[in-house]
Write a protein that binds this ligand. Structure first.
Ligand code: ATP
Ligand code: MG
Length: 417
C-alpha cells in the first residue's frame, strides 16, 4: 500500500486521555480511533492486524473441527431470562422505541442463543459431538474501561461452543481446545499460562484461563516457576514464595492479562433450553456443553503491551499489518537509472509480485519524519532507498539495532518466503 494514499496519519504526540501503552501507541500511529471510553474504531492498519489474528484463530478452530457461523448481536429478553442472566451487571439493555421497558440486550456472550438453536438439530446421540464458533462483537458495560483495547465496552471475541453426550467426551474435547489455544497464542507471539480459575456468571465449575504474564495485567496469578502450574488468585490457596502442589517448585505471584478462557458448562444451558438427546437405549439425556473464548481485540492490545519500545510498536511478523516498510528518502528517485539502481517504486512492485506485503512510504516528507514513523508503526523489516544507498538497499529489522546494506536479490532471499 502507498502510504501517501493511507487516509490516516501518525501523530507527533501521544493522546492525552490514554494511559495504557496499547492505546497510546495504537492511536498515535493511526491503528485505532477512540469513539468513547472503551469503544474504538479499527482503522486500516489496525484492521489488518485484527484480520491477521482472525486468520490464525480461524485456522486453529477449523483444524479441530469447529464450524464457523455468525449469531445476532441483538438478543431478545427471553434468552437471558431463561438462565437468570438478564440482570448481570455488565449487560447493555436496549429500548426499542415503543416499549418503555427494554425488550432486548446486546450480546455479552452467546451460550443461550446457540443452545436454543442447537435444540432444533440435536435429537439423537448420532448428532453429537460437534462444535461451532463465531468471531463477533460483544458488549459489556465495564466499569473500568481505561486500558484501551484490553478492556473494551464493545470488543471482539471468538467464541466456540461444544456439544457432547457426556462429561467424558467434553473432557476429551476440552484438552483438544486447550492445545489449539496454545497454538493461537504462540503464533501471535504470546506465551500463555494455563491457569485454574473461577466460572463467574458462566458456570459453577472451575474454568481455565490463558494468562499472559505482563505488569499491566489486571489479574494476579500464582504460577510455578518449575512446571508452570498456575491458579488465579481469586480462587487460590497458594501464595507467592510457597511450594507448587504438583511438583514442589517455587510459586511466584505475577500480574497477567487474561487472553482466553475455557469453560466446562455441564448441562446448565441444555437444561434451560431443553437441549436433550436420545441415547442407544432410547433414554433422553441433557447435552453436556463447553464454551471457549478468546478476546481478539484484547489479544491485539496484549501484543502491543508485550512488543513495544520507547519509539513505537515492534510487531511480531505473524500479526504485523505489513511485513515491510519501504522508505524512499529525498533524492532517491531523482536518477535511479544513472545510479544503476532499481527505483523504490520498482522495488515495491517486485516485492508485491512475490507476495510480500509492503507499506511504501512514497510521501514527500523529511527523512527524520519517515524514520520516526517507521519506528512508531513498527513493521518487522525497514528498507531504505536513498541517494546514499547507491544501487543497494539498507535493511533493518525493527527488533534489532544493526542495519545491513544488501542488493535487491539478497533482499528477495531474506523476505521471499
Ligand atoms: P475479565 O475477567 O477480564 O473481565 P471475563 O472473564 O469476564 O474477562 P470472558 O467472559 O471469559 O471474560 O470472555 C472471554 C475472553 O474475552 C476473555 O478471556 C478476554 O480475553 C476477552 N474479554 C473479556 N472481556 C473483555 C473486554 N471487556 N474487552 C476486551 N476483551 C475482553
Ligand atoms: Mg474470563
Amino acid at each position: 500500500m502507498l502510504q501517501s494514499k493511507l487516509f490516516t496519519k501518525t501523530e507527533r504526540t501521544f493522546p492525552k486521555d490514554e494511559e495504557a501503552a496499547n492505546a497510546r501507541f495504537l492511536e498515535r500511529a493511526g491503528f485505532i480511533y477512540k469513539n468513547s471510553a472503551g469503544v474504538y474504531s479499527y482503522l486500516p492498519l489496525g484492521w489488518r492486524v485484527i484480520q491477521k489474528l482472525v486468520a490464525i484463530i480461524r485456522e486453529e478452530m477449523d483444524a479441530i473441527g469447529g464450524q464457523e457461523m455468525f449469531m445476532p448481536a441483538l438478543h431478545d429478553k427471553r434468552y437471558l431470562s431463561a438462565t437468570g442472566r438478564w440482570d448481570v451487571d455488565v449487560v447493555f439493555k436496549v429500548l426499542d422505541g415503543k416499549n418503555p421497558k427494554p425488550a432486548f440486550s446486546l450480546s455479552w456472550t452467546h451460550e443461550e442463543l446457540i443452545t436454543e438453536l442447537a435444540s432444533k438439530y440435536v435429537h439423537s446421540y448420532k448428532d453429537l459431538p460437534f462444535s461451532a464458533y463465531q468471531i463477533q462483537t460483544k458488549f459489556r458495560n465495564e466499569p473500568r474501561a481505561k486500558s484501551g483495547l484490553l478492556r473494551g465496552r464493545e470488543f471482539m471475541m471468538k467464541d466456540l461452543y461444544s456439544f457432547h453426550r457426556d462429561e467424558e467426551d467434553l473432557d476429551r474435547f476440552y484438552d483438544i481446545v486447550k492445545e489449539a489455544y496454545f497454538n493461537v497464542f504462540k503464533r501471535a507471539g504470546i506465551q500463555a499460562v494455563y491457569t485454574l480459575a473461577a466460572g463467574g456468571d458462566f458456570t459453577s465449575s472451575n474454568t481455565h484461563e490463558f494468562q499472559a504474564i505482563c505488569p499491566v495485567g489486571e489479574d494476579t496469578i500464582y504460577v510455578c516457576s518449575k512446571c508452570a502450574y498456575a491458579e488465579n488468585k481469586e480462587i487460590s490457596k497458594l501464595s507467592g514464595g510457597g511450594r507448587c502442589p504438583k511438583c514442589e517448585g517455587k510459586i511466584k505471584e505475577e500480574k497477567a492479562i487474561e487472553v482466553g478462557n475455557i469453560f466446562p458448562l455441564g448441562a446448565k444451558y441444555s437444561d434451560a433450553f431443553d437441549l436433550r438427546y436420545t441415547d442407544e437405549k432410547g433414554e433422553k439425556n441433557p447435552v453436556v456443553m463447553g464454551s471457549y473464548g478468546i478476546g481478539v481485540s484484547r489479544l491485539m492490545a496484549t501484543v502491543v503491551e508485550m512488543y513495544h519500545d520507547e519509539k513505537g510498536i515492534v510487531w511480531p511478523e505473524s500479526v504485523a499489518p505489513f511485513k515491510v516498510h519501504l522508505l524512499e528518502l529525498a533524492g532517491a528517485s531523482a536518477s535511479p537509472a544513472e545510479a544503476g539502481r532499481k527505483s523504490a517504486k520498482k522495488i515495491y512492485e517486485d516485492l508485491q509480485k512475490i507476495g510480500v506485503e509492503v507499506l511504501y512510504d512514497d510521501r514527500k516528507a523529511s527523512a527524520g519524519e519517515k524514520l520516526t514513523d517507521a519506528d512508531l508503526i513498527g513493521l518487522p523489516f525497514r528498507l531504505v532507498v536513498s541517494p546514499k544507498t547507491g544501487d543497494k538497499i539498507e535493511v533493518k529489522k525493527r527488533n534489532e539495532e544493526i542495519t545491513k546494506i544488501m542488493s535487491f536479490e539478497e533482499v528477495i532471499k531474506l523476505l521471499g518466503n
